[in-house]
Design a protein around this ligand. Sequence first.
Ligand code: CP
Ligand code: NVA
Length: 312
Amino acid sequence: MISSLKGRSFVSMTDFSSDEVLAVLDLAADLKKETASGKAHPRLAGKTLAMIFQKPSLRTRVSFETGMTQLGGHALYLAPSDIKLGERETVEDIGIVLGRYADIIMARVFGHPLVADLAKHAGVPVINGLSDFEHPCQIMADLQTVRERKGRLKGIHMIYIGDGNNVAHSLMFGAALVGMNLTVVTPPGFEPSGAVLAESQKIGDGSGAHIEVSNDPAGAAKGADVVYTDVWASMGQESEAEARSQKFKDYQVNSKLLSVMHKDAIILHCLPAHYGEEIEYDVSRLPNSAIFDQAENRLHAQKAIMVALSGS
Ligand code: CP
Ligand code: NVA
């Protein structure tokens, strides 16, 4: 199954089929064990990953770079000021040139078409390290985390509370692909894209996943197995932060919300967190919080993605 991924890009969650997502998650679990045992194989020896960043990052940068080192390869960091994606020269030329040097490209961008265009022109696999529209690597790590904590993905009931943007979009696709039920709860006006909802519901028809949107946190949370949240104002929306904090104030993961969920419900956050806004600090430190497992699993999930796309 994984051989089907050789040479392909991972720009959207929907670039992987249901079987491919599950196969990559299996590989991620194997690589995690292999790393812990100290017997890692240098599967990407001699390969180079070029990492383009238009936005800041802690997890994405460090997990990709560390992952490449653990796999025996090399990663190079291209800061926003280094190549000025889309300003200094065309995205097409950057893709072609980088594809002549690097074996894999990862890009964190504002506009989603930038990473899609790189994938069109690079001739090597391109991985989306977050765009304004999707964050698929995050969702692979999240699915790995839920499977570790709950033992399965199919039939799990997750709620996502927050802005219906990049993380929510990839989560909707990811849940649909693995048969997980998901309610995305947002303040009115911050719902996810209608096209993503329609596409994820269509995928869900095949996997048995029920994907829906709501504006009612307490109603959606009843009996849920997992709650996931993200910042109210994403990177690039800093000037809206104050206005958003009013509109999102009733959309917080706190002890009151947890009280209506399943007693063993787990808590997820992609990080960085703004404690006291989208999540209470004390809730983030409960034993059922898996937020730092998610951060760690970025490393393992992305190593699996890079190995699969390289066909190694
Ligand atoms: N979750 C995530 O992508 O974190 P960074 O922005 O630190 O990479
Ligand atoms: N929605 C957030 C996710 C950060 C990992 C952002 O885009 O800033």
